[in-house]
Design a protein around this ligand. Structure first.
Ligand code: IVH
Length: 652
């Protein structure tokens, strides 16, 4: 009995501790613990819940999605949910503000994003989330609590104990949409539908997979609390760990407000917005302005011009990338989309063409996505079928093609010119090896004239071979050779990026370098180790493992090293760590950990762990049975510490 009680008490403790950690994680940029520590506590809770056979109402384990439900029940909102009045131009918006200013001259306005998702009305009572409902007709909505509970940023408990209703928008980040669409499966046409569809799915497990977010923007009903203005209300939401959009600006000048709206660049944002909302800040003025039967007279939505358009596909070109992947590019009849003329759109692969039911001649919906190239949402004619046929040969070199998963590849990686050009130019590009003067044209010429087919051959080039080639004089030849030579000393991140590992962009390359420090470590990393890097999921981890497992690639990399390419080992970032700025060598046998573990710890605490003792070594950590490294360190006058001193330094 006692034991059971203890377990339940521990469950309660864990629920509270995990809620605190989650708040720090979602509300601030400074998580209190590492992901691994969080997972440990979470796993302990899961175990206890199994043993005790009970899940506490606020347990974060509920977030993974409960059992599917048969139908949504109805929920009556305490305070009715209003919609927003609209204006379609900045002039109309100015008029709206000026009318209010004529009546209330000191009015301050808030400016917020108009999020494009699904309205959610949260109810907390006694600090617990007891309901989450859709808007419905504003009076009665549908109960979607189990679905909303999967949104990790929505707290299951809050500090405030009175009964309260909070309105916000459930939405999907555009980066999440992109990731989901890349992972195969159903293509989600846009973030709004994906979020709304997930929240109204009877199976909360589906909702959980969609990785949604919520931003709260209004308190509808509240017991025992008065707000003076919008700032106070938003502050209150934050104090209660409720997620809010960090963008809210305040204006007393209408022209400053409208010029801010003109500056908004949606293509740089990770959230989908379809306009901006302007609200009167003061609650007193709000009360004086009142409501119509559908919307408040103290707020208005400015809608952006449409971001969707209809046009015709004139042609589908299959383009060959540096990995040999064939990607269909739709050439469109030019059309205006939110102020830009659009004539091309990506179609990710053949499956995508079939799923979207499009062919040459189809009328299609297009939408500006957060990429430069817009996306095709689907065929205007819902009953259409695609008549597009899959290519049978590489459109560039006419070699065989091969299907791998949903993509098709040209198999001729050694001599398909387009592939080689793009591999070489990618390798030479600024974020990669930064070989100046190496454009597409140079690459194409080197392939044609000197039969260059692989990256290592670049490092074997001689000035004499270049002089006299079209476009090359003595000076240019010598600059290119010295650029190539200079590139041998490169950062690990640039080198990893330059290799062109599928799905590894510069950010992932930097993350890999920061985590693993040396090329060998990256190459030998297990799937588990790779997955522990932020933003690396299974697709990227597999890409990396498959890439390094390819013998031809491994041979080319060895050749690059033999030719003098030498990526610098990354130094750990943590400034202020006890080994900050130090080069440390570990030698001999340690009792409490393995040598690699000690080296990882050194790196974590700001040092660079290397394997050989030299003048540059600052510290030698010496276990038992140390040999020549110890004598060398002593002869160089390097500080030597034993294991217990090392443990003290790392705080064990
Ligand atoms: S305030 C009384 N603020 O837009 C308060 N609504 O077209 C009324 N929306 O139903 C809502 N972002 O779902 C407000 N920052 C924001 C919003 C916002 C999106 C939605 C909301 C509303 C719809 C009206």
């Amino acid at each position: 009995m006692d034991l059971f009680f203890n377990k339940k008490q521990r469950m309660q403790e864990l629920v509270e501790q995990l809620a605190e950690l989650a708040t720090a994680y979602y509300m601030t940029d400074e998580p209190l613990v590492s992901d691994a520590e969080y997972d440990l506590l979470y796993d302990e809770l899961v175990e206890l819940e199994k043993e005790v056979g009970e899940v506490l109402p606020s347990s974060p384990t509920r977030r993974v999605g409960a059992e599917p439900i048969k139908q949504f029940s109805q929920h009556t909102h305490i305070q009715r949910l209003y919609s927003l009045d609209k204006v379609n131009s900045l002039t109309e918006l100015e008029n709206w503000c000026n009318k209010i200013l004529a009546q209330f001259p000191d009015t301050e306005f808030s400016l917020e994003h108009k999020l494009d998702g699904l309205t959610i009305n949260l109810t907390y009572e006694d600090g617990k989330l007891i309901s989450a409902a859709t808007r419905g007709n504003g009076i009665v909505g549908e109960q979607i609590l189990t679905q909303v509970a999967t949104i990790k940023s929505v707290p299951l408990t809050i500090k405030f104990k009175g009964k309260i209703e909070i309105q916000g928008e459930g939405h999907m980040r555009l980066s999440v949409l992109e990731k989901l669409n890349q992972s195969g499966g159903e293509i989600l046409k846009n973030a709004r539908n994906a979020a709304a569809g997930a929240l109204r799915n009877l199976d909360p497990k589906v909702t959980a997979k969609r990785n949604l977010d919520m931003y709260c923007y209004n308190v509808g009903y509240v017991e025992g609390k008065d707000f003076e203005n919008q700032k106070q209300m938003l502050e209150f939401l934050k104090e209660n760990s409720l997620p809010t959009d960090s963008y809210t600006k305040y204006y007393t000048s209408v022209s400053e407000l409208t010029s801010e709206i003109e500056k908004i660049n949606r293509s740089e944002m990770d959230i989908l917005i379809d306009g901006m909302v302007v609200k009167v800040c003061s609650y007193k003025t709000r009360a004086a302005l009142g409501y119509t039967d559908r919307f408040p007279k103290w707020a208005v939505a400015y809608k952006f011009p449409a971001e969707e358009a209809i046009t015709t596909i004139e042609k589908i070109n299959w383009q060959v990338g540096r990995t040999g992947k064939l990607t269909p590019l739709a050439i469109l009849a030019p059309v205006n989309l939110a102020g830009a003329t659009i004539s091309r759109a990506t179609l990710n692969n053949y499956d995508d063409i079939l799923r979207k039911r499009v062919s040459v001649g189809s009328r299609v919906f297009i939408r500006r996505s957060n990429d430069v190239i817009p996306e095709i949402l689907g065929n205007v004619d819902e009953n259409a079928k695609s008549t597009e046929v899959m290519p049978t040969k590489c459109p560039e070199c006419f070699s065989h093609i091969e299907q791998r998963g949903v993509h098709i590849f040209c198999t001729n990686s050694l001599s398909c010119k387009v592939q080689i050009v793009s591999r070489l130019t990618h390798f030479a590009s600024r974020n990669a090896m930064n070989i100046e003067m190496f454009a597409d044209k140079t690459a194409a010429m080197l392939i044609e004239q000197l039969n260059i087919t692989s990256i290592p051959q670049l490092y074997e080039l001689k000035e004499e071979q270049l002089i006299g080639l079209p476009l090359f004089g003595v000076k240019k030849a010598s600059s290119l050779i010295s650029s190539i030579e200079n590139s041998k000393d490169c950062s690990l991140a640039s080198f990893l990026y330059g290799l062109g590992i599928p799905n590894v962009g510069i950010k992932t390359a930097k993350d890999l370098a920061a985590k693993f420090f040396s090329f060998e470590n990256v190459k030998n990393a297990s799937a588990e180790q790779l997955l522990s890097v932020n933003d690396i999921g299974e697709i990227i981890a597999n890409s990396i493992i498959e890439f390094f497992a390819d013998e031809r690639i491994a041979k080319d990399i060895d050749k690059l090293f033999a030719l003098g390419v030498s990526p610098r080992e990354e130094k750990a970032k943590e400034s202020g760590g006890v080994f900050s700025g130090m080069t440390v060598v570990v030698t001999g046998k340690l009792e409490s950990m393995t040598r690699p573990e000690a080296e990882e710890k050194i790196a974590e605490l700001g040092g660079a762990a290397t394997s050989s003792v030299s003048k540059k070594t600052d510290l030698l950590v010496c276990g038992t049975d140390a040999g020549s490294k110890l004598t060398k360190a002593q002869s160089l006058g390097i500080r030597v510490i034993d294991e217990s001193e090392f443990l003290e330094m790392i705080g064990r």
